[in-house]
Design a binder for this molecule. Structure first.
Ligand code: NAD
Length: 482
């Protein structure tokens, strides 16, 4: 007799408790082998004065079970409250967000009857590192960080997912024609890892045209992997055009932990009326069942749910005269699914889950010899609003010193000195690039510190520096034209 798997469950706010009760009722009737630990998160915890919306005892449960089934929560209005989703994602290292977006034509309205796309979004890096600064009166910055281990993990996850779920193709979206270093790395790692999966087709699209194609012809895609920001936006677009925002579940997966939920929020206006559709959370729970290695139960629940949809038993949000047969409440919908346990859909495609072997993806990390790094110059960012580029150049050039030479000044990424157009819009944020005076001579940290000393003594306000390095002789920085 298999032992039960402990899971942590949070009933959340708004419609959360109703859809969680419905989901757990179905799981229990389907024979899910789970032991539930209940925790409280969300509005009540926030309003008790905990800005994270989750208490230490709840973390203890999560550390114990490592599996979290979470209903949506309400974040109270007003400042000071931290996003529970972001906190959970970061604390538990949930690096992959997986969102299947499926059309249920002709039972749920959609413009894309054959859509069946899984978005795999990198969940921790990119512009979401939360490193932002106001640098001058006019300029604000958000750092976009992309790491090689982060790319390797998410891209490998996408290919392993494709293999485990019998998917044929993995597509990568980036903007590496513009962000040659950050998105360029994501694309490069994608190509490297794709080569290890010859059984799965792979392709890359620039995200803008890729997004347009996804919105127009989603049938052209299968699994799509992308960095955090594009994934955040396009996973919502994909769910919406499938016609099923209320029906989509999502998984957040890490090396040691996983969290499963619906993609929608707590819909407070629909709460306590037995109206809400529990399908999104239920499909999140199906992903959880596969994750905890109960594919038999996952299949039973998912197929019974598909049969319920196919039989036209719909909650208000997807009910359509002519297509639907019966409008039901949350509880009645759950009862209808329970009544169909053991059945498979006739028109919609039945699902089949097999025992997904959960791999520790970190085991694939290849030992690399780090590239040889050499310091060859520095970009100094300066807050200055007293004149033109030519005037700033005239102040900075004599400060270069013996080792360094002022090569270029740019403003908003456009070169304004020594070449430049008088019409270029400039602001109070300048980048002065200093390179080794004799090309090929290494630059020392001391030379940079001395340069900053001279810049400061000249009364200029430097904001920050970025070291310019080569890696195995290749520049690790964008040039003046990028
Ligand atoms: P929402 O997703 O709660 O609701 C959007 C619309 O969809 C509403 O009209 C709602 O009635 C409907 N809807 C959503 N889920 C439904 C369901 N299961 N059945 C039937 N109808 C459903 O988004 P919102 O109104 O922008 O946000 C409400 C609250 O939810 C906010 O406090 C927000 O912060 C929170 N939220 C939480 C999560 C989460 O916990 N993961 C995600 C998004 C929003």
């Amino acid at each position: 007799m298999a032992t039960n798997t402990p899971i942590t469950v949070a009933h959340g706010d708004g419609i959360g408790p109703e859809i969680m009760d419905a989901t757990l009722h179905i799981l229990k009737e389907a024979g899910a082998r789970i032991d539930i630990e209940t925790i409280e998160i969300g509005e009540k915890v926030y309003l008790r004065g905990n800005p994270t919306g989750i208490e230490p005892s709840a973390w203890e449960s999560l550390r114990r079970t490592k599996v979290f089934l979470k209903a949506p929560i309400t974040t109270p209005q007003g400042g000071g409250y931290k996003s529970l989703n972001v906190t959970t994602r970061k604390t538990l290292g949930l690096y992959a967000n997986v969102r299947p977006c499926v059309a249920y034509h002709p039972y749920v309205d959609t413009l894309h009857p054959n859509m069946d796309v899984v978005i795999v979004r990198e969940n921790e890096e990119d512009l979401y590192a939360g490193i932002e600064h106001r640098q001058t009166d006019e300029v604000y910055q958000c750092l976009k960080l992309i790491t090689r281990p982060g790319c390797e993990r998410i891209v490998r996850y996408a290919f392993e997912y494709a293999r485990a779920y019998n998917r044929k193709k993995v597509t990568c979206f980036t903007k590496d024609n513009i962000m040659k270093f950050t998105d360029g790395l994501f694309h490069k790692v994608f190509d490297e890892i794709a080569a290890e999966y010859p059984d799965i087709e792979n392709e890359h699209w620039i995200v803008d045209i890729g997004a347009a194609k996804l919105a127009d012809t989603p049938e052209a895609f299968d699994v799509v992997v992308m960095p955090n920001l594009y994934g955040d936006i396009l996973s919502d677009v994909a769910a919406q055009i499938a016609g099923s925002v209320g029906l989509a579940g999502s998984a957040n997966i890490g090396a040691g932990y996983a969290m499963f939920e619906a993609i929608h929020g707590s819909a407070p206006r629909r709460a306590n009326q037995n109206l809400a559709n529990p399908s999104g959370l239920l499909l999140g729970a199906v992903m959880m069942l596969v994750h905890i290695n109960q594919p038999d139960i996952a299949e039973r629940v998912h197929n019974a749910w598909l049969k319920t949809i196919e039989d036209g038993i719909h909650t208000y949000d997807i009910y359509a005269e002519g297509k639907s047969k019966q409008k039901v409440g949350t509880k009645e919908f759950a009862q209808a699914v329970v009544a169909r346990l053991g059945q498979t859909p006739e028109k919609l495609k039945a699902v089949k889950y097999s025992s997904a072997s959960r791999k520790d993806l970190t085991q694939f990390a290849k030992a690399r010899t780090p590239d040889k790094k050499e310091l060859v110059g520095v970009d100094v960012f300066i807050d200055w609003s007293k004149g033109t580029a030519a005037e700033l150049g005239a102040i900075l050039e004599p400060l270069s010193g013996d080792c360094l030479k002022l090569g270029m000044i740019s403003n908003r990424g456009v070169e304004v000195w020594p070449e430049g157009f008088p019409d270029t819009l400039t602001c109070d944020h300048w980048r002065a690039r200093f390179m080794a005076r004799t090309e090929g001579t290494p630059v020392s940290h001391k030379a940079i510190v001395d340069l900053l000393g001279r810049i400061s003594e000249a009364g200029l306000d430097f904001i920050k520096t970025e070291n310019l390095c080569t890696f195995n002789g290749k520049p690790g920085f964008s040039d003046r034209t990028s």
